[in-house]
Design a binder for this molecule. Structure first.
Ligand code: FE
Length: 251
């Protein structure tokens, strides 16, 4: 599957890189945003995909420079190759302040330690070229220190593990109901609870979102599909909602 251009107005483009997943490792999407001379990679992934994702990113950047790396949370399919990215580029990486002292356990050379920067709990605005990305709170969806990225130029909301699907449609959801089984089990077990989901939906409804792009599986395009996803999130029982009052010992 070649790279998918999700948005391009001549100075600003959003690209879903070619899928390089293989073997046992869960399928993961890598997204690149370029605004003028400035570029950014979102959730670049681990060592197995590092060299291919780096090459794909450089192709999309052309003469633009990789300035920023966004890490939605601390999972290995997102942060494991952070050292490689920081060693081979001059970029700075952003991750929740909750994870800033854990990511180095994947191995960060002291030379690059000061280029791993904390995102405050309330989120932040992050300039990219002439644009400004919003790093949005998405705590407990699923990580306790979790952020999504909203790009106001392309109106794409990059939602990390929220909206993730495994074994469903590959690039874009065509039939929401048919796609649900590929999302349901994952969300019920990995998302922390309905309170976090409802609070997130309230925040997202303040934004003009044309695409919701998760880190695994297919994306949701267009206002109708985005709305189907938001209203599903609004009522989903998951995580703590489904926890038994008393835990059973192993049989
Ligand atoms: Fe995760």
């Amino acid at each position: 599957m070649p790279p998918t251009i999700l948005f391009d107005n001549g100075t600003h483009k959003n690209v879903l890189l070619e899928d390089v997943s293989s073997g046992l490792a869960v399928q993961a999407n890598q997204h690149v945003i370029v605004d003028g001379a400035s570029g950014m990679i979102l959730d670049p992934g681990g060592h197995k995909v590092y060299s291919k994702v780096l090459a794909g990113t450089m192709t999309q950047l052309g003469r633009s420079k990789l300035e920023k790396i966004f890490l939605s949370h601390q999972d290995p399919d997102i942060v494991a190759a952070t050292n490689g990215w920081l060693m081979t580029t001059d970029a700075v990486a952003y991750v929740s302040k909750l994870w800033i002292r854990f990511v180095p356990h994947f191995g960060l050379d002291h030379l690059v330690l000061d280029r791993l920067l904390p995102i405050p709990d309330q989120g932040m605005r992050l300039p990219l070229g002439s644009a400004e990305m919003l790093l949005l709170q998405a705590h407990f969806l699923h990580s306790c220190g979790n952020f999504h990225l909203y790009d106001p130029v392309s109106k794409i909301l990059y939602s990390g593990d929220l909206g993730a699907s495994i074994g469903g449609e590959t690039v874009e959801v065509q039939d929401f109901d048919a796609h649900l089984p590929a999302m349901e089990g994952f969300h019920k077990r990995y998302m922390a609870g309905s309170k976090a989901l409802r609070a997130w939906v309230k925040m997202v409804r303040k934004l003009d979102v044309q695409i919701i792009a998760p880190q695994h599986g297919a994306l949701f395009r267009g206002p109708a599909m985005v709305e189907r996803f938001l209203s599903w999130c609004e009522t989903l029982q998951c995580g703590m909602d489904l926890l038994d009052d008393e835990l059973q010992l192993p049989a």
